[in-house]
Design a protein. Structure first.
Lengths: 84, 313
């Protein structure tokens, strides 16, 4: 899966679980999702949603706020986990 | 010293402290694992700490006003769902079961009981749960309302299923809490003020304490993410003291919940924004036991200033 396809799915999961005050499809890839309204509990649902969609498991060292901070950071993390 | 030695050393310290507490009637045994009664001196000290906390509440928030409310240690199971406790702390919660069967079911229950079997499997969920934090019933009570920065004062029993050989860790214990719901600024200010005042009180009682950032014991992998976020945003501070040298124990905490409870219970401020909340809590038995560790089991021999602060002389 290339990074564009990953990003599309990431945005879909964010739209469903992220509780963002902005449109998850159009929010800038580097915008801070926490600033855009994603609560910490919402970020957990985003994480679980991503694990289901991509059939991956985030390793413990990636379970940090930094991983889930933007569309870009999530996409990078998913790509890295898939390539592991 | 190896890690194992340190570990054994801590366990020995905990055993020695427990033996002293029991021998001096500070802790009274019960049939519940991790559940203790308190003897007269311990109970006097607990009441003294609660009274001192109420004095702080009266001094700190005269303009906001303080409302003292009381909720019992049992609430509806739904409370655990609404606060996200089921999702975040399933390992700590406790629900209540009751017998709702007929005569036939009663005979089955009796025969299991007489055979020394596990009769509790014949019970069914009663719809009730033990309250894990004294502020939780407050949010449910206020559901759908507008909040204005009023401080709520609460005291009651909490349940956390974490039996431990450490006498400082109670499965059921009393908490004094001062909770404020309002704007983000009001919540921040409340947390700051109480963290300072709580630390001052504990120092006035002769304890060596330090405040530090902390995280709640969120469950599992999702919990790792929540803990990291809580620490990064410095949402939780604990006031720690070393009952066991080299091993700090939390005896109070000061927490910002941001919009967590405001959103879950539809609480808002005058401008229509989701309310923020903050709470400060003393673990009353823990403070009392820390004082016993510091000043000894004979309260009559404690420093006069400490006795006075607790209203014991």
């Amino acid at each position: 899966m290339d990074s564009t396809a990953i990003e599309t799915t990431v945005r879909e999961v964010l739209a469903e679980q992220g509780k963002l005050s902005e449109d998850a499809q159009s929010i800038a890839a580097d915008a801070d999702l926490y600033r855009a309204g994603m609560t910490s509990h919402a970020s957990v649902n985003v994480m679980l949603g991503l694990e289901d969609e991509f059939d991956i498991e985030f390793p413990e060292e990636r379970l940090t706020k930094a991983t889930f901070t933007s569309v870009q950071s999530i996409t990078d993390a998913v790509e890295a986990i898939q390539n592991d | 010293m190896t890690i194992m030695d340190t570990h054994q050393d801590l366990a020995t310290q905990q055993d020695t402290f427990r033996a002293g507490l029991e021998a001096n009637d500070w802790l009274l045994p019960t049939l519940g694992d991790g559940v203790n009664g308190l003897g007269p001196q311990a109970e006097d000290v607990v009441q003294g700490i609660a009274a001192a906390a109420r004095r702080i509440a009266a001094e700190l928030s005269p303009e906001a006003g303080t409302r003292r409310l009381r909720f019992p240690p049992v609430n509806g199971t739904r409370l655990l769902e609404r606060t996200d406790y089921v999702a975040s702390f399933p390992q700590l919660l406790g629900t209540i079961s009751a017998f709702e069967g007929d005569n036939k079911a009663h005979r089955k229950l009796l025969s299991m009981y007489e055979d020394g079997g596990d009769w509790s499997g014949e019970l069914s969920p009663a719809g009730h749960a033990l309250v894990p934090a004294v502020c939780h019933p407050l949010y449910a009570y206020l559901e759908g309302s507008q909040v204005d920065g009023t401080v709520f004062e609460l005291m009651g029993e909490c349940y956390r299923h974490e039996p431990s050989p450490d006498p400082m860790r109670f499965v059921t214990f009393r908490m004094f809490e001062a909770v404020r719901l309002g704007t983000p600024q009001e919540a921040d200010e409340h947390r700051e003020k109480w963290l300072a005042a709580g630390t001052d009180l504990l120092r006035a009682l002769g304890l060596t304490v330090e405040a530090d950032t902390a995280n709640d014991p969120f469950f599992g992998r999702a919990g790792k993410l929540l803990s990291a976020g809580q620490r990064e945003a410095q949402l939780k501070f604990e006031i720690l003291t070393e009952v066991y040298p080299g091993h700090p124990t939390a005896i109070a905490s000061a927490n910002l919940h941001e919009e967590h409870f405001g959103e879950a219970f539809d609480l808002h401020t005058a401008d229509g924004a989701v309310a923020h909340s903050a709470c400060f809590g003393f673990g009353l038995e823990r403070v009392a036991l820390a004082l016993a560790a510091k000043h000894g089991f004979d309260v009559a021999a404690w420093p006069a200033s400490v006795r006075q602060e607790l209203g014991l002389s």
